[in-house]
Design a protein around this ligand. Sequence first.
Ligand code: GDG
Length: 490
Amino acid sequence: HRLLVEELPNAEVLVVSNREPYIHNRTDDGISLQTPASGLVSALEPVMRATGGTWIAHGSGSADRDTVDRNDKVAVPPADPTYMLRRVWLSDEEQDGYYYGLANEGLWPLCHIAFVRPTFREEDWRQYKLVNERFADAVVQEADRDDPIVLVQDYHFALLPRMIRRRLPRATVITFWHIPWPNAETISICPWREEIIDGLLGSTILGFHTRFHCNNFLEAADRFMESRIDREHGSVTLAGHETMVRAYPISIEWPPAALAHQPPVDECREAVKRRFGLPAQARIAVGVERFDYTKGILDRLHAVDDLLIRHPEWKGRFVYLQAASPTRSKLGAYSALQAETVRLAEEVNARHGSADYKPIVLSIRHHEPTEVFEIFRAADICIVSSLHDGMNLVAKEFVAARDDNQGVLVLSGFAGASRELSEALIVNPYDTRSMGAMMDAALRMPAAEQRERMRLMRDLVRQRNVYRWAAQMLLDAARLRKRAGILAGA
Ligand code: GDG
């Protein structure tokens, strides 16, 4: 907040994302609120609480939808409002084409190189363009000034930066792409690659998690657009407009709100064992994620199987708890993953379990943030085995949850987070045998070594928290605004 007052006086901040930070649902006793399982929301919500402003998002809850003014706004968070939430209500047709179709059957698998073939349909692309226009309308309606700072979030809005630039030429558009940007060869699969790159180049600043993703984007801009690339400073100039392309590794708030009021770890462990029916003596490994095929959930179950085959001494003394929040279940690839996960868990449990022992326990539902943190605190090991992941906040949350300096993080080398959390045990999720061996090593790691690794990782996340992520983008924006002001005055 101080940063905005000092470095960006009179600044107006607007955020645009698909997902809203608070879902308002109608129930028998009124309206209930839900925090969605989303890395983007986990990261951005504390930033908005600090800066204030307006967050524009697709209204996904059942409350208000048909009853209120279509341009309605609510103050959030409900308990202590600090910013406004403006919902854009989408029709089923828009939602199918823009969200399920182009964004999640096209761009999501394309960018994750996840071996689910990306699907590109003309009709999805039409809806995607229309929905991007609708959000551009909302930005123009919400902006009180002609030079707002607009924070555009993610692959749902590749066209929005250009649309905003056309209508509010003086706006500072900071776009953050939360998922990987693959190499130029891979991006070239997309029939609308030029339009997508052109849309993003409407931004003042375009951010990715890692330098590697920035370089891939520069490469694609070079290959497909008539643009000038400055590799040294990381920028692209197209038709006289310059876009800075920078790495801003995202993070979490410190200390996390969900950590407040948590009982000591021993109590968390007892509570989790009771709730999920885990054996009293068992060591616990956990995984927490949206139920998504990029997260490597099946690969993890194979590794548990491998661990128990090679180290049968862990039978009865080890459980793996998978909390998986259903997501995008309308899509075939997602419902198939859910079914296959349940089947594989049953198979592994049949192989190694007994009447009163199941090595794999699945909790397939939404978990509130305090429960997610309780699970982290109950764990001996947290496993993040993404096949490809922009950053992965679960890894950082696990570290933040462990104020007792205990617990081992097993982390995929294909998650952006592995660039920062080098004290984790880094694994290749495609290598079942070495992942099983790493789980065994994690189970045997002495407390002193756990403490040393955890301390280093906690220091890193404490310092590189999400406020720093936001501050670095806003400071870069402030610098560019000052420069533009000086040039305009000259
Ligand atoms: C994208 C990128 C990048 C999970 N299950 C539940 C639940 N969660 C929360 C976690 C965490 C968040 O969801 C997931 O964040 P990730 O970062 O791991 O993953 P994505 O959602 O795929 O996020 C990712 C991120 O954007 C930010 O840029 O790091 O690479 O893919 O906060 O705790 N939360 C609740 N219930 C659950 O059941 N409430």
